[in-house]
Design a protein. Structure first.
Length: 511
């Protein structure tokens, strides 16, 4: 990179904005795993959660603050005393910390949501920043719904926030309404603030764009061109409604077109694919196949003429390599003759953290799977280990499942479940094989559940691929995600359902 190249900070909000979106909730262990992967990606800032939202959120921020050392850990707070106090408390153990406080600045939000006058909003914002500043040196202030706020009013609020001590000013297009270009576009808004806010050069100006019109990445780029020095984004673009700017897209756009943009980030891009897969697995939110950078087809060259060109010179149709975003299975494939040592080495190479008990169970599974499937790829091994961790020590465990199905009589399933030392066995029918299994499990546990989603994906190609199933159950507006992995789709389906029931019951016990 040339010396004139500007550094753009990457602020990841997968664990806050992303986690808030429907069906993407994560437990503490999962959040820590994502935060550790974000550290490997080398993001500058991790927004770890909204401390006052719940005791669970608070505890997760604390756990992340202890587990992660390099990135700054950020905790979100409304412009309220109790929120800011909670954010500060949650960060007590963080090595590097930031409080992010916000208030809405658009006419519709001020009038109907806050019921405050513009003057009151300016005073409240400045007060909130001063209070946050009394706890930490690094304070970010956001104007919620900036995309629909009056520009001169934004200049006023932002000026007040900087005078109160804010070190980063974030301009969110909260409802994804902005266009990147044009006199009233998002780039023009950032340029307007760069021009008119006193002291803006001494702080970071940040953009936070939503994808309601599919323009989040384009708007973030326009912001960078106009002078923004921080981008807020999420892995796979998860987030409220249509989601946020996807980290993988904006980072690779800045890298591949650094010639034109004159900027760089600190992201270690070969960790992108691992981050994408981890977030997919944890949230069960599958990435569309044609998604830029991380979709299954993003680097597939199908058309004959393209393949012909690629064979002659990869530059014909390739603007970046698959390796640069970590899309390569290592050539070291494990099989029947691999020992426990090789297996553990592989887990280390894949950055998979697991307890000794998890590893022992996973290794036994691995040996059994090798009898059926000759070679296991990195992804297969990842799925198996994660599966053993997921089932964990929780209450219900699948023992056996057998299904009778076909195009004749109604399918029926016989399921055996363990709970501690007891075993339950039952048989029920259903409209299909999975329905029969789930009806049987319901009968055994004595209740029915509200199943809102069921997704199968194969880990690698072929009919002997390991199947991963994600199931979502709903209770009192809360979503519980269950996962299961197995060589057989029906076994994976049973495991995922039982895993979701365990999560739901675990939550009942805690509340
Ligand atoms: Zn947002």
């Amino acid at each position: 990179m040339s010396s004139s190249s500007r550094h753009i900070k990457i602020f990841d909000t997968t664990l806050r904005d992303g986690e808030q979106s429907p069906g993407c909730s994560m437990n503490q262990k999962e959040k820590v795993a994502v935060a550790q992967q974000l550290e490997r990606l080398n993001v500058d800032i991790i927004e770890a959660g909204f401390a006052i939202a719940s005791p669970g959120d608070f505890a997760s921020i604390q756990a992340i603050a202890q587990a992660v050392k390099t990135p700054i850990i950020c905790s979100l707070a409304r412009a309220k005393k109790a929120d800011i106090q909670a954010a500060a408390d949650s960060l007590a153990l963080a090595k590097r910390k930031r409080i992010h406080t916000f208030i809405a600045t658009s006419p519709v939000h001020m009038q109907y949501k806050l019921m405050m006058t513009p003057d009151q909003v300016v005073d409240t914002a400045a007060e909130a920043v001063r209070l946050a500043k009394s706890f930490v040196a690094d304070v970010e202030f956001s104007c919620e719904d900036a995309g629909r706020s009056d520009w001169d009013f934004l200049v006023r609020v932002v000026t007040a926030a900087i005078q109160a001590g804010a070190t980063t000013i974030n301009i969110p297009d909260t409802v994804g309404y902005q266009l990147p270009d044009g006199d009233r576009g998002f780039g023009a808004l950032i340029a307007y603030l760069m021009d008119r806010v006193p002291g803006i050069d001494a702080v970071d100006l940040s953009v936070h764009c939503h994808d309601d019109l599919g323009l989040a990445t384009a708007n973030a780029l326009a912001g960078v061109r106009a002078g923004a020095s921080q981008i807020e984004c999420t892995i796979n673009g998860i987030g409220e409604r249509a989601g946020n700017t996807p980290l993988e897209e904006i980072v690779m756009a800045l890298q591949v077109r650094s010639d034109d943009l004159g900027v760089h980030t600190s992201i270690h891009t070969p960790e992108i694919m691992a981050a994408s897969r981890l977030v997919t697995r944890i949230t069960g939110s599958v990435v569309q196949p044609n998604k830029a950078i991380v979709g299954a087809n993003a680097f597939a060259h199908e058309a004959g003429i393209h393949q012909h060109g690629m064979l002659k010179n990869r530059d014909t149709y390739e603007i970046m390599t698959a390796e640069s975003v970590g899309r390569v299975d290592s050539t070291l494939v494990l099989g029947k003759h691999s020992g426990r040592h090789a297996f553990i080495d592989k887990l280390k190479a894949l950055n998979i953290q697991a307890s000794d008990a998890d590893i022992t169970r996973a290794f036994e599974r691995f040996k059994r799977v090798c009898d059926v499937k000759k070679q296991l790829t990195d992804r297969d091994i990842e799925a198996l280990v994660m599966d053993e961790q997921d089932q964990g020590a929780t209450a219900l465990v699948l023992n056996t499942v057998a299904v009778v199905t076909g195009n004749g009589p109604k399918p029926s399933a016989t399921v055996s479940l363990f709970q501690e030392d007891r075993e339950w066995v039952g048989t029920e029918t259903g409209e299909g094989s999975v329905d029969a299994i789930y009806n049987t499990v319901d009968a055994l546990v004595g209740e029915t559940f509200d199943l809102v989603d069921y997704v199968i994906h194969s880990v690698t190609g072929g009919t002997d691929a390991i199947a991963e199933v994600t199931v979502r159950l709903q209770e009192n507006g809360q979503i519980f995600v269950g996962r299961g992995a197995a060589l057989d789709v029906l076994v994976a389906s049973a495991k995922a359902y039982i895993n979701a029931i365990n999560q739901l019951r675990d939550n009942r016990d805690r509340t």
